[in-house]
Design a protein around this ligand. Structure first.
Ligand code: IPM
Ligand code: MG
Length: 372
């Protein structure tokens, strides 16, 4: 039996392209792993009204971790239109399978390292090295939403908050509500993970990125929890920055920041900003990490127009493979892969179109594999 069971989830669009690139590198390592394909994505929404079918959940329950390509997510109305005729009008509601995976398997930590590799022509500034910790299961992604807002919800809220009175004259259908729900437990976990990484890697600061001056309760809970957790790490400074100002400071002085920790929605946004500082989504890797399972994926989407063209930069995927190897405690292999990636970037000979080259995703993966 192989040492590791890895679920192989290409998903949609260029997900397949970058997964093929990942396989080139993993095969070169001859990692003692069994890879099992899992169905996930748009095709299964259209034909089964379920982009994350139960058989894939079973597969993940029996895997050590998963590598995931990309997913197509569309707004509500367009989803219904694309169902096969026999499934239309039956009340099926599309939910992003990656968001579901994060919640159903409690993959509570979204880890997004953003490092500017030397020689990357797309770096905003050389030397940037930021790690974003994004809470991955709650917040505005909790899925508690209303439109129209039912009377009983309005009544309950009105009882607890006078400010609801302001909306008395607004019809239920003229109002939508998405609740931001954050728990102390999730705040504590994500902040602790951020400090632990800072400690392990000798980083001097952790910045909690929120907006407690306005969003007093949910952002407030994050910041208050950060102050508590920080007491256990006296050698690491806790900085508190509002999300809006953070976006500005990251453009102005990106070198000042090291570890960022934030809630789900702000983390989604600020991690794209950080990705752009180090070359864009072609370099943005991520790990969705829980206690029993972890799912590694490039942060980019499925880019349907490029699907099957092997055009997109596979580095984000290869960096996700690196994160997976780290998580499996294959730290030597992870380090070797990181060095190989760094040296292909530095040499600048084999590169995809975004970096000004014309190589395919697979050629880039082969260049990396050749250095292992
Ligand atoms: C990400 C993506 C997802 C998210 C989408 C595809 C649901 O933007 O992983 O950052 O919002 O979390
Ligand atoms: Mg995102």
């Amino acid at each position: 039996m192989a040492k590791y069971k890895i679920a192989w989830l290409p998903g949609d669009g260029v997900g397949n392209d970058v997964m093929d690139a990942a396989k080139i590198v993993l095969d070169k390592f001859a990692l003692d792993a069994e890879y099992t394909h899992g169905d996930i994505g748009w095709e299964f929404w259209k034909t089964e009204a379920d982009p994350l079918p139960p058989r894939t959940i079973d597969l993940l329950n029996n895997s050590d971790c998963a590598l995931f390509g990309a997913i197509t997510s569309l707004p509500k109305e367009e989803c219904e239109n694309q169902l096969v005729p026999e499934l239309k009008g039956k009340g099926h509601v599309y939910a992003s399978p990656i968001v579901r995976l994060r919640q159903e398997f409690n993959l509570r930590t979204n880890l997004r390292p953003c490092r500017a590799y030397d020689g990357n022509p797309l770096n905003y500034k050389d030397g940037i090295d930021i790690v974003v910790f994004r809470e991955n299961t709650e917040d505005l992604y909790s899925g508690v939403e209303f439109h129209p807002v039912p009377d009983e919800v309005r009544e309950v809220l009105k009882k607890h908050n006078k400010k609801m009175g302001r909306f008395d004259s607004t019809a239920a259908d003229d109002m939508a509500m998405s609740l931001r729900i954050n728990t102390r437990k999730a705040c504590t976990n994500i902040i602790t993970d951020a400090f632990e990484l800072a400690k392990k890697q000798g980083r001097k600061s952790v910045t909690v990125v929120e907006k407690p001056n306005v969003i007093r309760e949910t952002s407030g809970l994050m910041v208050r929890t950060a102050r508590e957790v920080a007491k256990k790490y006296p050698s690491i400074e806790l900085w508190e920055t509002n999300i809006d100002a953070m976006c500005m400071w990251l453009i102005k002085n990106p070198m000042d920041y090291s570890v960022l920790v934030t809630s789900n929605m702000f983390g989604d946004i600020v991690s794209d900003l950080c990705a752009q500082l180090v070359g864009g989504l072609g370099f943005a890797a991520s790990g969705n990490i829980g206690d029993k399972l972890a799912v590694f994926e490039p942060t980019h989407g499925s880019a349907p127009k490029y699907a099957g063209q092997f055009k997109v930069n596979p580095m984000a995927m290869l960096l996700s493979v690196k994160m997976m190897l780290d998580w499996l405690d294959e730290t030597d292999k992870a380090g070797t892969l990181d060095n190989a990636i760094a040296s292909v970037i530095k040499e600048g000979k084999v590169k995809t179109y975004d970096m000004g080259g014309s190589n395919t995703s697979l050629e880039v993966a082969e260049a990396v594999a050749a250095k292992l």
